[in-house]
Design a protein around this ligand. Structure first.
Ligand code: SF4
Ligand code: SF4
Length: 358
């Protein structure tokens, strides 16, 4: 094919967000004077120009069905000049420049069963990763965990009772996206993968999977005269990183893929440094459809945080102030050997670069 006939590349990526912004937001972009919180779920921004803009936030699921989306956009057409936006935690927000429309908009949302809230010192919507719908490696149904937990925390979404904002997250595998929040509920594999040797030569990228193991526990091997793999189970840390490039390394398991709760993560560096979360409860049953054991632990941590934290302390800041021993005393969660990180191989063996290995 001649160069002239080749299809030019299409530059894709995020479109310019300004075209989707409510005109009042566009007009006053970067020119805000102050904002107030008239009630849970509503923000009022006042611009230098004197213009006042209201934002109404409602909890919505991350993966929206067409019916709900049409319903939500119709509400936007009626009350918010046809503009909506979704927050990073998948809540829908409407912008209203006329105060008289705020209460009717809230009523329209509540009449359809949506819950208005999630601002200031509330529990915002638990965010989750893609799960069964998009991804090939989940060990749990992240959306199901979110639904069961948010059913329990709905009053905290609608009110301002927490010491500060609480971000909850759940992540359906142990290694890839998501899973960092004030409190995170993440998958925890507790057994090394079982290898289906009959499939390895068909669907396994063997060089990639050998390179991907963070502790070098995977070796090429001949099994029944065919090229396959073997795992040194003494080294394996059950991370599950081998499963995506090599599905025959089956790590998901109804009994041994558990959940773990981590506390104190923070992406933001606005007031302090970003922080890593720490494991506080491990080997919790991955128990659909309501995950009662994991929910009970998260509720317990939130109860202690609510009773003991100072105003405007985030969960991680609260634990840093009182210390981890006191955290375990207050919550009554057992401190076990699994909470101690004794893995010292990271610096030498962790695949920390983006170079392709063969
Ligand atoms: S957390 Fe893991 S399993 Fe879940 S969507 Fe992300 S990569 Fe896939
Ligand atoms: S689970 Fe993790 S540590 Fe174990 S073999 Fe697979 S990649 Fe290596």
């Amino acid at each position: 094919m001649a160069m002239a006939d080749m299809r030019p590349p299409i530059e894709s990526g995020c479109p310019d967000g300004f075209q989707y912004m409510h005109p009042a937001m566009r007009r006053n972009f970067g020119l805000w004077k102050y904002h107030t919180d008239p009630r849970p779920g509503v923000l009022c921004h006042v611009a230098e120009s004197g213009e006042t803009v209201y934002t109404v936030k409602a909890g919505t699921q991350r993966i929206l069905d067409l019916f709900s989306l049409r319903e939500l956009t119709s509400i936007g057409d009626e009350f918010a000049d046809g503009f909506i936006r979704f927050t990073i935690r998948s809540n829908i927000e409407y912008t209203v420049s006329d105060e008289a429309k705020v209460e009717p908009l809230i009523k329209a949302l509540e009449d359809k069963g949506y819950v208005v809230g999630g601002t200031r010192n509330s529990i915002t919507t638990l965010s989750h990763t893609q799960g069964w719908l998009h991804c090939d490696i989940p060990g749990t149904d992240a959306s199901g965990v979110v639904k069961s937990m948010m059913d329990e925390f709905i009053d905290e979404f609608k009110s301002w009772n927490m010491p500060n904002r609480v971000h909850l997250t759940t992540s359906c595998c142990q290694i890839n996206c998501g899973g960092q929040g004030d409190i995170a509920i993440n998958v925890q594999h507790t057994k090394p993968p079982k290898i289906d040797h009959s499939q390895v030569s068909n669907v396994c990228e063997r060089p990639s999977v050998v390179a991907r193991c963070p502790v070098a526990a995977i070796r090429p091997a001949l099994v029944d005269g065919k090229p396959s793999l073997e795992v040194d189970e003494k080294k394996c840390i059950c991370c599950g990183a081998c499963f995506p490039p090599c599905p025959p390394m089956m790590i998901n398991d109804a009994e041994h893929s558990k959940l773990a709760v981590w506390v104190g993560g923070n992406h933001s560096n606005a007031r302090g440094k970003p922080t890593f979360q720490k494991l506080v409860a491990s080997a919790i049953p991955n128990n659909p459809p309501r995950w009662p054991e994991a929910t009970a632990i998260v509720k317990l941590i939130l109860k202690c945080y609510k009773e003991d934290a100072r105003d405007w302390e985030r969960v991680g800041e609260w634990v840093e102030r009182i210390g981890w021993p006191r955290f375990f005393e207050l919550t009554g969660l057992p401190f076990t050997k699994y909470h101690i990180d004794n893995w010292r191989g990271a610096r030498a063996s962790l695949n920390a670069s983006t170079h392709i290995r063969f």
